[in-house]
Write a protein that binds this ligand. Structure first.
Ligand code: 3UK
Length: 549
């Protein structure tokens, strides 16, 4: 192991003890990295050094940066960090901005200077910002001036935070740009970090309990490009990427920045990326590779006729299971098989997913080359194909929580145990059942909420839905569906019966939702995932009220 390039040893000191690490494997020749490695040079400097600096790189509605201009912007910020703001290798820097070119430049500048990025979602409030500030002991923040309100409020309650530097328009903005303009700041030599120095602490969105800080090395950032992106996604330098996930969510970081820049492609960064904006961008920029969540594909389906999406080549879905109905409708409408893939913040990116020619409708796919995945039974042994059990994975990336006891839960016997219930078939394809804690046990039957959701989504009246267990005196639990209707359908008892019959006709009848409640919208996380725990809470409150009355 190379000696660390960090002077501030906080990240290294707070890695989990070695015996709690998952096993790491670097089976592919693509995954051999030098001991000294600053990953940013691979995405940015490399293209300039090989005479390709004029290629388009980051595209946004307000500016387009070539690789050469991104290189310069990264260098200028890196100089500001080290010369004006006193950054020392190993220091953590909080970043707060919507997806835009300066956010990307700041991400790379922190890492190039040997720092550790802690990126945050634009919608977070002061309270949610103060948690990572304290947990990762962050003294410096770079922030888009439009997001200064909550940032200032967070500072007031965060003793570690010494300094915030703002950029962009807005009352507080412009300080970063003024510093960046100094003469001599256009070049910067990358800090000589070790390939196993931490460069990113990504916090999980915390659907249950406190967020967890997952620590990633320089080599991890390349490994996701050289495993998933190279062998499953298989994009080309001429591809134009875009997508909706925030760059603070590693799904977005990989799909919108690391994957395209690894191959010299370009990427369109959108500050607002709802289904309409995404469709508009696909048409306007002739997007070939979009990254978004299953609900967004579903929402876009109804609007495809108003847009020209003929440029699309590869569509990636992750974050939640892709319902078969969505996969099939998208294939019918566009001729494209959506690439489903399961990833996790702990693993940095997607570790199960198959290329188009191997995709099977309704399955997440097979283990990504470089990764191994299996199903563990209750005793922790590898189960036979066809068994439903806990998903476990290992490969070049894996879980290392920042000072967190929950490491023992995620890593068991060297495997990363993601908390998902899956089945692996004889051919090595993985079939999602549910989050392990989302399984509904009703009158002795195990029922996976997402399977009932998939069945409901195939009915034309259903726009979105969430299925959970509601406490029930007779059955322990009953299957309850929260349904958002499409325009033109009324929430009537007749429709409830129709939907129930529809489910009974498409999956085992005992799985049908005995209760259906119509709602205007579903609770979602910052990363756009359905909050089943919130629905469960509502469902149990609802039945508590019923019992009391
Ligand atoms: C669920 C899926 C079924 C699953 C992520 C791609 O989602 C990402 O990371 P998170 O830490 O959540 C991880 C959990 O989300 N999940 C994700 N993808 C799928 N379930 N099918 C899928 N295709 O429960 C997993 O354990 O927020 C996704 C890349 C990077 C990521 N961080």
């Amino acid at each position: 192991m190379a000696t660390s390039g960090h002077i501030d040893t906080f990240a290294r000191d707070n890695l989990p003890p070695r015996e709690l690490w998952p096993e790491f494997a670097f089976m592919l020749p693509d995954l051999q990295y030098p001991e000294r490695l600053n990953c940013v040079t691979e995405w940015v400097d490399r293209w300039v050094a090989t005479g390709q600096g004029a290629r388009p790189c980051l595209i946004s509605p307000s500016e387009t940066l070539t690789y050469a201009r991104l290189h310069e912007r990264v260098n200028r910020i890196a100089n500001v960090l080290t010369r004006d703001l006193g950054l020392v290798p190993g220091n953590r820097v909080l970043l707060r901005a919507p997806n835009n070119p300066t956010m990307v430049a700041a991400y790379f500048a922190v890492i190039k200077a040997g720092g550790v990025v802690v990126a945050t979602m634009p919608l977070l409030r002061a309270k949610e910002l103060s948690y990572p500030l304290a947990k990762a002991k962050i003294a410096l923040a770079l922030c888009d001036a439009r997001l200064s309100d909550e940032m200032e409020r967070a500072k007031a309650q965060s003793p570690d935070l010494q300094r915030i530097v703002y950029w962009g328009p807005g009352e507080k903005g412009g300080e970063l740009e003024a510093l960046m303009a100094k003469p001599g700041y256009e070049s910067f030599t990358a800090c000589e970090t070790a390939s196993d120095d931490v460069c990113l602490i990504a916090f999980t969105s915390g659907t249950t309990g406190e967020p967890k800080g997952t620590m990633h090395f320089h080599r991890d950032m390349l490994a996701i490009c050289d495993s998933y992106a190279k062998h499953v996604l298989r994009a080309e330098p001429s591809d134009v990427f875009t997508g909706s996930p925030p760059l603070a969510f590693t799904f977005g970081l990989g799909g919108l920045v690391l994957f395209p820049l690894r191959i010299g492609a370009s990427t369109v960064l959108l500050e607002q990326a709802g289904p309409d904006q995404l469709l508009d961008a696909i048409q306007r920029y002739r997007i070939t590779v979009p990254f978004t969540a299953p609900t967004a594909y579903r929402a876009m389906l109804g609007k495809l006729k108003d847009f020209d999406v003929s440029s699309l080549r590869k569509c990636v879905s992750a974050g939640e299971a892709l319902p078969r109905a969505t996969f099939e409708a998208w294939h019918k409408a566009t001729g494209i098989k959506i690439l489903d893939g399961i990833g996790a913040t702990e693993m940095l990116h997607i570790f199960i997913g198959s290329p188009e020619h191997e995709v099977r409708a309704g399955s997440t796919g097979r283990a990504v080359p470089g990764y191994e995945a299996c199903i563990l039974d209750d005793a922790g042994n590898i189960a036979k194909p066809g068994t439903v059990g806990r998903l476990a994975v290992r490969g070049p990336t894996g879980c290392r929580y920042l000072a967190d006891e929950r490491q023992r839960k995620y890593v068991q016997g060297g495997w990363n145990v993601t908390g998902d219930t899956y089945l692996m078939d004889e051919d090595g394809y993985f079939w999602y059942q549910a989050r392990s804690d989302d399984m509904i046990v009703s009158a002795g039957y195990n029922i996976a909420g997402p399977e009932v959701e998939s069945a409901l989504l195939a009915h034309p009246a259903v726009a979105e839905c969430g299925v959970v267990g509601a406490p029930d005196e007779d059955r322990g639990m009953i299957v309850k569906a929260y349904v958002v209707l499409r325009p033109g359908f009324a929430p009537e008892a007749a429709l409830t019966r129709l939907l129930q019959d529809h489910v009974k006709a498409s999956i085992a009848p005992y799985k049908y939702p005995r209760a259906i409640e119509y709602v205007a919208e579903l609770p979602k996380t910052q990363t756009g995932k359905l909050q089943r725990f919130e629905l469960r809470r509502r469902a149990s409150e609802g039945s508590a009220r019923k019992l009391a009355s």
